[in-house]
Design a binder for this molecule. Structure first.
Ligand code: 13P
Length: 250
């Protein structure tokens, strides 16, 4: 049985002070382990956020990126050891915004997944197609390609620790959610591809989230689909009503 995992991706929002206040509130609201809850906060808010949820074992803090090299001359980058020292539980990699604006490649995503797994941090690997790809009916192949490259040659003992987030680019920040059928079709396709690479048992344990304009009105119907194991939530995770999305995953 896969436990649902709902992660808020704050992107470039929330100062450390704001994060601390918001997470203290969340810490009171999230009181059981029925759903796994995470917040992907900006680097500058990592320590304050981890401190704010220190007494709450049900909330984990995520980073939004990592560099795959252990150290060195990479101005502006953060290593996995730095994330580990802070106490990070998850790390988003391959988000479409990073692929689009910062040239993150499938190869880099694969390297990042490996260093995170070797260091006990859960990668949240994002994949997703553009509207043009969907309209040209090449979206299934596009996601298959992203998955194959992202999880290529990973130690099989680690594969079921990975979380995959299917985030169609046309649904991010647009208010245009994928229908539950579209989201389920792709999440099932992702699971099938993981199974082709690592076997059915492993694929059965991998959690696959949907992301893209998830809100408190559409979350429940998405979570009821058999291959959707939670959500990666942008805008709606910045508001106290995010608790309703967590409740919908129960
Ligand atoms: P929105 O929920 O704001 O559409 O963002 C989705 C997303 O990109 C989460 O990573």
């Amino acid at each position: 049985m896969r436990k649902k995992v709902v992660i808020g991706n704050w992107k470039m929002n929330m100062t450390a002070e704001e994060a601390k206040n918001f997470l203290r509130f969340m810490s009171v609201e999230v009181k059981d382990d029925e759903v796994e809850v995470g917040f992907a906060v900006p680097y500058t808010a990592l320590w304050a956020s981890i401190d704010a949820v220190r007494d709450n074992e049900y909330i984990g803090i995520a980073a939004q990126n990592v560099h795959f090299e252990p150290r060195g001359a990479y101005t502006g980058e953060i290593s996995v050891e730095m994330l580990k020292e802070a106490g990070v539980k998850y790390c988003i990699i391959g988000h479409s915004e990073r692929r689009q604006y910062f040239n993150e490649t499938d190869e880099a995503v694969n390297k990042k997944a490996k260093v995170l797994l070797e260091n006990g941090i859960t990668p949240v690997i994002c994949v997703g197609e553009t509207l043009e790809e969907r309209e040209a009916n090449v979206h299934m192949g596009r996601i298959e390609d992203q998955i194959r490259k992202a999880i290529d040659n990973i130690d099989v003992r680690f594969v079921d620790k990975i979380i995959i987030a299917y985030e169609p680019i046309w649904a991010i920040g647009t208010g245009k959610t994928a229908s539950k059928e579209q989201a389920e079709e792709m999440c099932s396709h992702i699971r099938y591809n993981v199974a082709k690479m690592y076997g059915l048992n492993v694929a059965d344990n991998v959690r696959i989230q949907y992301g893209g304009s998830v809100n408190e009105s559409n979350a429940k119907e998405l979570f009821e689909m058999p291959n959707i194991d939670g959500a990666l939530v942008g805008g709606a995770s910045l508001k106290p009503t995010f608790t309703n999305i967590i409740k919908a995953a129960r």
